[in-house]
Design a protein around this ligand. Structure first.
Ligand SMILES: *Cc1c(COP(=O)(O)O)cnc(C)c1O
Length: 225
């Protein structure tokens, strides 16, 4: 399938999810997750009008940035090793995986401009998942106030891998509630207005529950190319 066709099908599904939940489709940004696919396929995504590209490895960011033509907004969505921050910090626009103080310290040390970050939350508590426990989020965000290079634009989560709509919905709702709590702290570097949630198999539910950035790989660009 051409990326263009996948994108238009996904936009239809976004529109419908917005209608069901009384939201504006302009408020949903689609990040094409290109971690499984080639630079050519990534180029196809950009040609199809996709503005946001997500990668979970530094090598992926470098490879794609060195080969593609055109503008993109780059999202780092994978877990980020502290010692590798310096290799990628000037190349990316958003980090979706801020989950520990040592990482924040390194970003502060290496960044030349403010970095837009999502705090990653492990809402479901699954051991295999990265991210802070929900209880740890407010104290963590308060600690981030000391780092003027970090701007907490929102919260990110990965839902459990399940078809059970109720489990998914509960997970997204919890992230949304937590976002409100963080924004109520009124910290100047943590407006926390965004929610990065929803992937190929659950983005419609995520949108119904308030997502503003969906991260779509398989359903948009495919799994390999
Ligand atoms: C791979 C990945 C995605 C995209 O997953 P799909 O199911 O292929 O849409 C989204 N978010 C993160 C953090 C990922 O690692």
């Amino acid at each position: 399938m051409r990326v263009e066709d996948n994108f238009s099908a996904i936009k239809d599904r976004i529109r419908q999810a917005c209608e069901r939940s009384g939201r504006n489709e302009e408020d949903i940004k689609v990040i094409a997750v290109t971690k499984y696919v080639s630079s050519e396929r990534t180029q196809e995504a950009i040609n199809a009008g996709i503005e946001h590209i997500g990668e979970n490895r530094i090598e992926g960011v470098h490879e794609k940035q060195s080969t593609i033509n055109g503008q993109a907004i780059w999202h780092f969505i994978g877990s980020l090793q502290t010692r590798k921050v310096k290799d990628v910090i000037t190349q990316i626009d958003y980090i979706h995986s801020l989950d520990r103080l040592s990482l924040a310290q390194e970003i502060q040390k290496r960044a030349s401009e403010t970095v837009r970050c999502f705090v990653q939350v492990n809402v479901s508590g699954e051991e295999s998942k990265h991210g802070l426990s929900p209880e740890a989020v407010l104290p963590f965000v308060k600690e981030l106030e000391q780092f003027d290079k970090i701007r907490v634009v929102g919260l990110m989560t990965m839902a459990p891998f399940t078809e059970d709509e109720q489990i998914l919905r509960t997970c997204f709702k919890k992230l949304k509630d937590l976002r409100v709590e963080v924004s109520k702290l009124n910290l100047s570097n943590a407006p926390c207005e965004e929610l990065s949630m929803g992937m190929s198999n659950d983005f419609e539910i995520a949108i119904e529950e308030g997502s503003t950035f969906i991260r779509v790989g398989t359903a948009l660009v495919g799994e390999d190319s």
